[in-house]
Structures are given as structure tokens and as C-alpha cells.
Design a protein around this ligand. Structure first.
Ligand code: SF4
Length: 695
């Protein structure tokens, strides 16, 4: 028997847990007290160990000689040799950029770092991006342009509980990360306000003091309207705006056009609700503090960056960022969504959150990697643009996938499958045979959370330790081992190491001096202190739990208001597709569901996708509760089971995105991209409903 203190396998809350392994290797989970989860776990956390010994587990590499043939088992030597020789052939014939890499926001910091280095140094391809592009990239882009830095929460999560008012735009933490709710409940229990903007009356809305039932795709108009009410109602903090910001006048001129009645017509949120929201936020700002938070509902739009920017403008006008128990933050979703975007697997970035087109950044990282700056490729396309280019003339011919199930998680799914089928080589490293792995030429079985050491950076920017509790099954390797072996087989002269602590020490040096500075963080410190917040530039630096108290990391030390304009969603309803679709998650499933669908307790609790339909819409559509319904857009269709509810607007349906095949709602969603973040518009498109007649 051995016990190991670690954190959950799944989301960015990274709840603390203790794993106990018995003599037979069976692992049980107990919650552990930590500032974020305070002893809580959700059902996904309680069952996180159930996949370790699952019969669905991959324990040997799989190969096939052509896509029509079944997989056969292979040795690691054969599989890695095939991968390396195939990559060399593809690059010899089509050039270095003919190989692409897609990573994931669930990879440890060490794996994310090593994957970026592998792409830029061993493959020397510009074509690498990751699935965080689909997660919080709009909030990251907006935070960077307003504050000069992107850290999901710029304060420890327990600060939230001390606020007097919280606005969540497009987030349903009661289902996605239930232990988060206790921090919100503390606000309400003290008489404070919780305001939630969402087209649905979600489990989070049930705990709120005010619901803003916004029409999908109009959150930006709502944010402009809230700013209008705040300023015209005398709630703007003029001293803060004068002393700590720039750009207010231009921003106000844009928001001044969004008077409450106009906002009500566009968003469906009543004038009274708009005024109440601002009054509650302003009361919080004058009292204990107020916080504005965004999540995927506001962010996963073709104008997600501007939507988040408008909400940051509201927070700045109320004088929140940098004040106690106040500010703006993004509720990051994936387990290492924060760290995953800091260490160089993003198309335009090098480790330390450095821009890849910055000569000084290239020189610093190249020196750590032992290569010439000129040898590093430049920026590549974003995840969906990269996928669209696969197998096209001049596009990548080979793809390596680590930690993402893009066949389920990417919009316009049929097109994604076409592009994957057009590749000469698809290699997938995963723990189970995901929908993407099932399409591959080579599948490499890799370790799960309880079988590996490393670090994660949670939604607060707190670097925490993932610890190995059990040995992986025979035949399974870590991704660090895989990448190190492949780099060697490819003849890469730069050093690669499979030991995660050694990789972290290199990551520290690569990030030192960057925005996300890990220079002073070591595993020993993380162990001793229970986590360290970046930036932490030296071993004597205490880390930075709270940002912006003394200024913003911009050229003039001020936060930037940025004027933005509302625009409609990329696709609006019409006679043929008269209903809006929005997508999201359910409590028992995580992301594409590749792992959680294989956990028996979770699969039993959420076995298939449902489609939330208002009874009025169901009546017009000839649908009854429990019917199978086909949700059809201009790009494809998906089938789910009707769940009648008055908790959704009558002009909108909701479907979760955790399933594949014909249950995959991302066959329906719209890949229209945000011009800044390159985020696809997952959260709104136009559909029609067709009852499925079962014969
Ligand atoms: Fe795991 Fe997230 Fe659930 Fe916590 S809330 S137990 S981190 S899935």
C-alpha cells in the first residue's frame, strides 16, 4: 500500500486528491484539502483512477500498412522506426513543414514544452498548435491586449469568495467544475451577488441572484450595454480610469451607442436586468470587491476576443483589476490549459509565453536549445486552419497528435475527417483508442495521470505537482520517452531528455525573463510550498499570487481600454435553419469524452447526448420528451435525445459535445474563426430539428 498526493486527471481546477494503491495495483481516490477545491471532488475526480486498469487501455503500439487494414500489434522498436522513417520520407519529398503536430491542454508542462521543442528543433516545422486554441484563446488574446499578460485568474481562487459581487459570462461551473461553486456560494451566503449571463438556466444560474438569459452570439452587445449603464448611471470609477488606464474616451464613445432598450432588442436581456446587474456589480465594487469572469460561452465565438475585451472594459470602468477581491479573470477549462499555452506548443509562441517572431525571444530560447536562432521556424497556422490544410497541395502530409481527440472536438467534423483521411501518415499517442486514434496509421500507448511525474499550472497560474502513484502497465511509455526516442531516430543533435524533472529545469531556463517566468520555480519548491504562482523570476522570489496591484505589465504600466463594436454571429437563423444551437458540457463527461465515456460510472450517468428543447419549440417542431432528434446545420448533422425544459430560450437548443460518430455535435458547429484568437465559433450556429423516426 502506498499513498500519493497529486491532483485530478481532468479540468483546470486541478482538485487535490490522494491516491492509494493496494498490493494488487488497484488505486482508490480520496479528496485532499487544497485552496481551490477545499476537500471537494466532482464525480469525474472520484472516478479518475477507474481508467488505469480499464480493459479499453492501450498497452502495445498498433500499426497498419494501409487504412483499410485492421491494426496489428507491434513492438516499440518497430513502431518508432516506422514513424521516424516515414517522417523523414515525407520531409525529404515535401519539405520540413510537411509534418505537423497537434498538442493538448491536458499535457503536463514538461510534455507541452518538450512537444514544442520537438516540433521546432527535431522536425523544424512551423506547423504546431494545440487544442487550447478551442478553449480559452479568445480570453488569452483579450487579456494580453488589455493587461499585457494572460493568466486565467490573476488572483488566488479563494479571493473570489471574499468578493461582494461576481459576474460570470458564459460559464457553468456547477457542472464543469463543481467544487468551484463553494467560492461562489460564499459570496451569496454573505449577502453578495452572483450574476450569470447564459442562454440557459443552468445549475450555476440556479445558485445566482440574477440571470441574464442572453441570446447566443450577443454577449458582446450585452457587455457594451452593461458598460453603458455603468457609465451613464454614475458607477464608473473616474479616479481609477484616470490613474491606471488608457483609451477610455474612445471605448465609451462606442458603448454610448448601446443604450439599454437597444441591448434588450438585440440580446433579449431586459432593461431591468441590465440595470440590476450593474447595480449589483457596482455595490460590490464599492464594498467588498467585484469580479468579472468569462468562460467558453463568451469566448467561443467568431468575435470572442472582442466579447472578452468588452467585459474587461466593464471591469476597468468599475475600477476592479488590481484591487483586493476584485478583477477580471477567465475560467480556464482544460487541466493544463494555462501551462499548456505558456511553454511553446502554440503556433505563435516559444516557451515563457514569448512571441516566436520576437528576435530577442528566438535568441534566448535557441541558446537554451543549443541551436541557431535562424534555425527556428516562424509562426504557423492556428489549429483549425492547420487541420483544414492537411493533405492539401502544399499542406502537411503527416500529423503527430498528442493529447487531443480532434475528430470529435473540431468544428465541421465531416471536413476534419476528410482532411485526416488525406494524410500520408497519422500518428496518435493516447491512452485509449479515441476516435482520432482509430483513424491513425500508428498508435502509441502512453501513460495516464497517476503513472507519471510532472507539473501542471492550474487556472490560477499556480504551478502544482502531478505525482506518480503506480507504475504504468507493461508496454506503455511516457510521451517524454516517446519524443526523446523519436528525436534520436530523426538524428536530432540537440539534447532531449525523458526525465521530467530534468525537462522542467530546462523549461525554467527557457522561460526565464519571459512573461510566464518560471525561472525561480523548482520541483522542490513546489513540493515544499504546495504550489508556486508565476511569474517567479528567481529562487528567492515568493511567486506572484496577485497581479496588477502596483501596475500592469504594459509599456506605460496602465491597462488598456480597447473600443470594440458588436457584430452578429457568423451564421444567423433563417427559414431553413430557424433555431440557434449552442454547445457545452455535462457534469459526468470531460472534453471529447474519449476517457470519461469509458469510465463505467460516468457512462452510466451520462450515456448519450441530450438536446435541450423548450416546450414551445418542441410543440412547433413535433417533438416530445425522449424523442431522438437530428440537429442539422449547413455543415452536417448530429443525433441526440430530446430533453424538454423551460430552462432554455425558446429560440435556442443546447447539445453537449462529448460524443463521437453521429452523436458528435461538432459535425454541426461552425468553424468561422475569431480574427485575433483564431477561435472557432462553437457557441452559436443556425440549425433545424428533425425528429428521427425509429423503425
Ligand atoms: Fe477533477 Fe475538475 Fe472535477 Fe475537480 S472539478 S474533480 S479537477 S474534473
Amino acid at each position: 500500500m502506498g499513498t500519493t498526493a497529486t491532483h485530478c486527471a481532468y479540468c483546470a481546477l486541478q482538485c487535490a486528491m490522494t491516491l492509494t494503491a493496494d498490493a494488487g495495483g488497484r488505486v482508490t481516490v480520496e479528496p485532499r484539502d487544497f485552496p481551490t477545491n477545499r476537500g471537494g471532488l466532482c464525480q469525474k475526480g472520484w472516478t479518475a483512477a477507474d481508467l488505469l486498469a480499464s480493459p479499453h487501455r492501450l498497452t502495445t503500439p498498433l500499426l497498419r500498412d494501409d487504412r483499410s487494414a485492421p491494426f496489428r500489434e507491434a513492438s516499440w522498436d518497430e513502431a518508432l522506426t516506422v514513424v521516424a522513417s516515414s517522417l523523414r520520407e515525407v520531409q525529404a519529398e515535401y519539405g520540413r513543414d510537411a509534418v505537423a503536430v497537434l498538442g493538448g491542454g491536458g499535457l503536463t508542462n514538461e510534455k507541452a514544452y518538450q512537444l514544442g521543442k520537438f516540433a521546432r528543433v527535431a522536425l523544424r516545422t512551423k506547423n504546431i498548435d494545440y487544442n487550447g486554441r478551442y478553449c480559452m484563446s479568445s480570453a488569452a488574446a483579450a487579456s494580453n491586449r488589455a493587461f499585457g499578460i494572460d493568466r486565467g485568474l490573476p488572483f488566488p481562487l479563494p479571493d473570489l469568495a471574499e468578493a461582494g459581487a461576481v459576474l460570470i459570462a458564459g460559464g457553468n461551473v456547477a457542472e464543469t467544475m463543481p467544487p468551484f461553486v463553494q467560492h461562489l456560494a460564499a459570496v451569496v451566503d454573505r449577502g453578495g451577488s452572483l450574476i450569470v449571463a447564459d442562454p440557459r438556466r443552468t445549475a450555476t444560474v440556479d445558485r445566482a441572484t440574477l440571470h441574464l438569459p442572453v441570446l447566443p452570439g450577443t454577449d458582446l452587445a450585452l457587455a457594451l450595454g452593461l458598460l453603458h449603464v455603468a457609465v451613464s448611471g454614475g458607477h464608473a470609477d473616474r479616479a481609477y480610469i484616470h490613474d491606471r488606464t488608457t483609451g477610455f474616451d474612445e471605448t465609451w464613445r462606442a458603448a454610448a451607442q448601446w443604450w439599454p432598450e437597444r441591448v434588450e432588442r438585440v440580446t433579449g436581456v431586459s432593461v431591468a436586468a441590465q440595470r440590476a446587474a450593474v447595480a449589483q456589480l457596482a455595490a460590490g465594487a464599492r464594498g467588498r470587491g467585484a469580479v468579472v469572469l468569462t468562460a467558453r460561452g463568451a469566448e467561443q465565438q467568431s468575435k470572442g476576443t472582442d466579447t472578452v475585451t468588452a467585459l474587461i472594459n466593464l471591469a476597468l470602468a468599475l475600477g476592479l483589476p488590481g484591487r483586493p477581491h476584485s478583477g477580471f479573470g477567465c475560467i480556464t477549462g482544460q487541466g493544463n490549459g494555462q501551462g499548456g499555452r505558456e511553454h511553446g506548443q502554440k503556433a505563435d509562441q516559444l516557451p515563457g509565453y514569448r512571441r516566436i517572431d520576437d528576435p530577442a525571444a528566438r535568441a534566448h530560447v535557441a541558446a537554451v536549445w543549443g541551436v541557431e536562432p535562424a534555425d527556428l521556424p516562424g509562426p504557423g497556422p492556428s489549429a483549425y486552419e492547420l487541420i483544414e490544410s492537411l493533405g492539401t497541395d502544399g499542406g502537411p502530409r503527416a500529423l503527430l497528435v498528442h493529447g487531443t481527440n480532434l475528430a470529435v472536438s473540431s468544428p465541421r467534423g465531416a471536413r476534419v475527417l476528410e482532411r485526416l483521411a488525406a494524410l500520408d501518415l497519422l500518428v496518435v499517442a493516447d491512452v485509449v483508442l479515441s476516435e482520432t486514434a482509430a483513424l491513425a496509421d500508428v498508435v502509441l500507448p502512453v501513460t495516464q495521470f497517476a503513472e507519471e511525474d510532472g507539473t501542471m499550472t492550474n487556472l490560477e497560474g499556480r504551478v502544482i505537482r502531478r505525482r506518480r502513484a503506480v507504475a504504468p502497465p507493461s508496454g506503455v511509455r511516457t510521451e517524454l520517452e516517446v519524443l526523446t526516442s523519436l528525436a534520436g531516430l530523426l538524428g536530432c543533435r540537440a539534447p532531449f531528455d525523458a526525465d521530467p524533472e530534468t525537462v522542467f529545469d530546462e523549461l525554467r531556463r527557457a522561460s526565464a525573463g519571459g512573461v510566464a517566468d518560471y525561472g525561480g520555480i523548482s520541483w522542490d519548491r513546489v513540493d515544499a510550498e504546495g504550489g508556486v504562482f508565476w511569474p517567479c523570476p528567481s529562487s528567492s522570489h515568493p511567486g506572484t499570487p496577485r497581479l496588477f496591484a502596483d501596475g500592469f505589465p504594459t509599456a506605460d504600466g496602465r491597462a488598456r481600454f480597447v473600443a470594440v463594436e458588436h457584430r452578429p454571429p457568423a451564421e444567423e437563423v433563417d427559414a431553413e435553419h430557424p433555431v440557434y444551437l449552442t454547445t457545452g458540457r455535462v457534469l459526468q463527461q470531460y472534453q471529447s469524452g474519449a476517457q470519461t465515456r469509458l469510465v463505467p460510472a460516468l457512462a452510466a450517468a451520462a450515456a448519450e447526448p441530450h438536446v435541450e428543447v423548450h416546450p414551445d419549440l418542441a410543440g412547433r417542431s413535433g417533438l416530445a420528451d425522449g424523442d431522438l432528434v437530428r440537429v442539422v446545420s449547413r455543415r452536417g448533422d448530429a443525433v441526440g435525445r430530446v430533453r424538454l425544459t423551460t430552462a432554455i430560450r425558446p429560440d435556442t437548443v443546447f447539445m453537449p459535445f462529448h460524443w463521437g460518430g453521429e452523436q458528435a455535435v461538432n459535425r454541426v458547429t461552425n468553424p468561422a474563426l475569431d480574427p485575433v484568437s483564431r477561435m472557432p465559433e462553437f457557441k452559436v450556429c443556425a440549425v433545424r430539428l428533425e425528429r428521427v423516426v425509429v423503425v
